[in-house]
Design a protein around this ligand. Structure first.
Ligand code: COA
Length: 464
């Protein structure tokens, strides 16, 4: 049985900070954010929003748009790394909010959990729900998978340049209009690591940013190797001499902690794939420098990072490689459109890969390209760490959904924060009754209980 993404919706908070204002306040060159990282604006949550609100607002939107009733939904999963309870799952809060609109008990039949594995957990949730549908367990019902996060880093840290917030919801069923997942090719890799983590009770993560970037690329590459074996064994792809698996993917959507990370990851994967092919000789010849090799042939992450001479040379080589005509062609045709939304919104942790997918659809369609039958590859990464590589095929009915996508219009009502306002929000100095903007027809957080017997209970309303 086929299964995949029928529709996709996003909810982005109504506040943002501008990268140039931010850079000025922190004494940084604005070019570092805008050109170096590919960050132009970062979405920020208001005092009366938490990741559950973002998720519920996205869910309501997709249900109303598709005229779905709660009876149509068999599963609702929330994937997040911004969890605020160690036990109560975030989907229960989301269901509580949705029932304020659809009636108490309306989702009683609906199953689901909150999933956690840094930024990759949404991909696991998608995979599990796809298999629920493939197994025939859905009995005609749909699954909602919501990825929702607030990427908040310590003030003054280097991670502060890569913040953002938002939720993406995907409606899954057995007759998807957008994308069918390719069966029997999903590949994973996993390793116990401390590249990025958030210990109990800490609001912001502990981040080893450069280490995490490298680990992301290594882990995704490992998963891609497994994907390759599966794609060839299952007959999904057949390689002619001189071809790579990437030639058989029309688009590549990568995890995007910031938009330029997508480009870095693509360059890494492309180098790895092209190295064995005749085309590589010509590229190296045209570049005029040899590809650097680490001193330690085992190439472990520790040995690579410790090899400063190699790291410097490799950095220089990558910069040159990304300027070659061959790489530029791949970048422009397979990746660039997926990065546009990330530049305008910032880091969404679990949701950033899927915001990229949505961005890819909208901006490739705007180019006038017929997307029917195009294969989309996904490179998902979660710190801690695990990667997942999988793919899907765009369906003939995609236009029904994609023609109405308009990111700019969706973001239009948002307000730019001054740096002072941003810092006040960052330090949690205001209560939910003191929001920066008043929204209508959205779920908002009203209060968080502080009494001993009910500490942590959250109250939400639908703001009519
Ligand atoms: N003009 C143009 N580009 C500039 C610049 C300037 N004035 N100054 C620096 N840059 C470029 C750098 O060359 C670099 O580009 P490159 O990666 O292509 O080499 C880029 O801007 C970033 O600079 P860098 O010095 O590497 O930044 P940093 O070390 O201060 O921080 C991160 C970058 C990404 C490591 C940091 O923001 C971070 O840790 N973010 C969190 C990421 C994370 O949480 N990941 C895991 C979970 S998703």
């Amino acid at each position: 049985m086929a299964a995949g993404i029928d529709d996709i919706a996003i909810y982005i908070p109504r506040l943002y900070i501008d990268a140039a204002d931010f850079a000025k306040a922190r004494g940084l060159d604005p070019e570092k954010l805008q050109k170096g990282l590919g960050v132009s604006q970062m979405a920020i949550v208001d005092t009366n929003q938490d990741p559950a609100c973002l998720a519920a607002n996205a869910c309501l939107q997709i249900m109303q748009k598709n005229k779905l009733s709660p009876e149509d939904i068999g599963r609702l999963y929330v994937s997040t790394e911004s969890s605020f309870d160690e036990s109560k799952a975030m989907n229960s809060y989301v269901i509580g909010m949705l029932e304020q609109v659809y009636g108490q008990g309306a989702f009683e039949h609906c199953g689901g959990v909150e999933t956690k594995f840094a930024c990759v957990s949404g991909s696991y949730a998608l995979y599990d729900n796809t298999n629920w549908i493939r197994a025939g367990e859905a009995e005609g019902k749909h699954a909602l998978v919501v990825v929702s996060d607030i990427a908040k880093y310590d003030m003054g840290s280097s991670g502060e340049m890569t913040q953002g917030a938002g939720a993406v919801v995907m409606l899954l069923n057995d007759e998807p209009r957008l994308l069918t997942f390719d069966p029997k090719v999903t590949a994973t890799s996993i390793k116990d690591e401390y590249d990025f983590y958030r210990p109990f009770g800490k609001e912001t993560p502990i981040v080893h940013g450069q280490y995490s970037n490298l680990l992301y690329m290594i882990q995704v590459r490992k998963a891609l190797e497994i994907y390759k074996k599966k794609a060839l064994a299952s007959g999904l792809m057949k390689l002619e001499p001189g071809e790579t698996i990437l030639d058989h993917m029309d688009y590549l959507n990568m995890h995007l902690p910031y938009s330029n990370m997508g480009k870095k990851a693509l360059a890494y994967l492309v180098r790895h794939e092209w190295r064995q092919l005749p085309r590589w000789k010509k590229i190296i010849h045209d570049m005029g420098i040899p590809e650097p090799v680490p001193k330690d042939p085992r190439g472990t992450i520790e040995s690579v990072l410790g090899d400063e001479e190699f790291m410097a040379k490799d950095h220089e080589f990558t910069k040159l490689f990304t300027k070659t005509r061959e790489f530029q062609e791949v970048y422009e045709s397979k990746l660039a459109s997926s990065l546009i939304a990330s530049k305008m919104i910032g880091n969404l942790y679990t949701a950033s890969l899927y915001l990229g997918f949505r961005s890819c659809l909208e901006f490739e369609y705007q180019k006038g390209i017929d997307l029917n039958g195009k294969r989309v590859g996904f490179g998902s990464y979660g710190s801690g760490s695990s990667a997942m590589v999988f793919s899907g095929t765009i369906q003939p009915e995609y236009e029904e959904i994609v023609k109405n996508m308009n990111l700019e219009a969706e973001l239009a009502p948002r307000r730019k924060l001054t740096l002072q306002e941003y810092e006040t929000l960052h330090e949690n100095k205001l209560s939910p009754e003191e929001p920066m903007v008043h929204t209508k027809r959205e779920f908002i957080l009203v209060d968080v209980n502080t009494t001993t017997e009910s500490r942590g209970e959250r109250r939400y309303i639908f703001n009519e």
